[in-house]
Design a protein around this ligand. Structure first.
Ligand code: FES
Ligand SMILES: [Fe+2]
Length: 433
């Protein structure tokens, strides 16, 4: 039985190490759903997934089903996906179009803002029955930044601005790459489920240490993709050193943290002088035409890519996509990968990016499968009672301020970002309801 006191939770995290129970104890997982996913600002979806009124997507926040839907006035609503009558899920599909939501069970019908519009056989309702008492329940708090929709299941807590604030620049960094200044997450999705704890995926998205080893069949010893020319030919982003800041190869790249568990690595180089393809050249031309040569050059020199917005979203600038991490059980996690289209970019370039993503991060891809194998092996290995602690001490004490970026940085092969995630984890987990 888990001792939920602050001191007992704190004892699970020590400088440079994490107790294995944090990954394996079902009681800790339940507490995470209550204290982290039940409170934090969670990425729910993107406005481009709701092109017109009545368009909706469904997802889960802390295992609770929700609908994100665009109302007739254009506003986006995030509602619990639960009929106010006897509880049936209203929208069963992952996405769809329904200006009116009708429950399959007894036919109650709701408007796209959750208002209850119609109850069949109304003469059977109790005399005191008032449809206004039976709207779909909204998720308590919703915050939107440049199309990225976040929701919090808690009525109070850290404001959206305070949570997302430092990461706005990372979102800007990707959105600004679209010549029309907007993204579209409308190219389908990949989904994979692995038998491992959710934090294994969260830790991994900014883990530069594993790349040449886990992904040896895809990258060389410098962490650069073997498929580099292939990427170029299709106009896709490729792995490269962070020439804009350090001209550094894999071992010298940097990671950054900025509080609240968020972080990023800056290892993407779009404006590679050697890089040229009809699609990329056209993209560069369109960007310069719309925004001016100087601004285009700035945009093509990204610094903030491959971001983690703690606790459930990553924005990858390398092979552009948004990834959403959805904990299912202590040893089961579902991840959805959304390809991203840069609106206004040449179709061939967007197609090339999506194609690269299919090859790297779909369920049956060259890269993602390597990570999934590692996650499952970690989850299995941690059953061993031989040692209680998981080591995350690489670079401990070597963090340094980056005043220009208002962040803290360290070598990307160190484990500063993981330690930062556990600081945020502790902040959430130590707060009782
Ligand atoms: S449960 Fe939805 S109408 Fe009865
Ligand atoms: Fe990986």
């Amino acid at each position: 039985m888990l001792d939920r006191s602050s001191s007992s939770i704190a004892a699970l995290i020590q400088p440079g190490r994490v107790h294995r129970r944090v990954y394996t104890d079902p009681d800790i997982f339940e507490l995470e759903m209550e204290r982290i996913f039940g409170r934090a600002w969670l990425f729910a979806g993107h406005s481009s997934q709701l092109a017109k009124p009545g368009d909706y997507i469904t997802t889960e926040l802390a295992r609770q089903p929700v609908i994100m839907i665009r109302h007739s006035d254009g506003a986006i609503h995030v509602l619990f996906n639960r009929c106010a009558h006897r509880g049936a899920k209203i929208a069963p599909l992952r996405s769809g179009h329904a200006p009116r939501l009708t429950c399959c069970y007894h036919g109650w019908t709701y408007d796209s803002d959750g208002t209850l519009l119609n109850v069949p056989v109304p003469e059977g309702c109790a005399r005191s029955f008032d449809t206004r008492d039976f709207a779909l329940t909204p998720v308590p708090r919703v915050g939107i930044y440049r199309g990225f929709v976040f929701a919090s299941l808690a009525k109070t807590g850290l404001s959206f601005e305070d949570h997302i604030g430092p990461m706005k620049a990372n979102i800007d960094d990707l959105v600004d790459r679209a010549p029309d200044g907007e993204l579209a997450l409308d190219a389908g999705r990949h989904r994979y489920v692995f038998e491992g704890n959710w934090k294994l995926q969260v830790e991994n998205v900014l883990d530069s240490y594993h790349v040449p080893f886990s992904h040896a069949s895809t990258v060389n010893e410098k962490g650069e993709q073997f498929a580099r020319r292939e990427g170029d030919r299709h106009g896709a982003a490729v792995v490269d050193a962070d020439k804009s800041r350090t001209a550094a190869p894999w071992k010298q790249r940097r990671s950054y943290i900025t509080g609240n568990g968020h972080g990023w690595t800056s290892n993407t180089q779009l404006d590679d002088a050697k890089r040229s393809s009809p699609a990329f050249d056209e993209y560069r031309r369109v960007l310069a035409e719309k925004l001016g040569a100087e601004r285009a050059q700035q945009i093509l020199t990204p610094r903030l890519h491959n971001s983690l917005i703690y606790p459930n979203a990553s924005i990858m600038g390398l092979n552009i996509h948004v990834r959403v991490i959805n904990p299912v059980a202590v040893d089961r996690t579902e991840v959805t990968v959304f390809p991203v289209r840069l609106v206004g970019a040449p179709p061939a370039m967007n197609f090339g990016n999506i194609r690269l993503l299919n090859v790297t991060h779909s369920a049956a891809s060259f890269v993602q499968t390597d990570d999934l194998e590692s996650f499952v092996r970690v989850q299995n290995g941690l059953r061993s009672q031989a040692a209680d602690w998981v080591d995350i001490s690489r670079g401990l004490g070597e963090e340094e301020p980056d005043r220009e970026l208002n962040a803290t940085r360290e070598l990307a092969t160190h484990e500063m970002v993981v330690r930062a995630q556990y600081r945020a984890w502790l902040d959430y987990m130590q707060q009782a309801a």
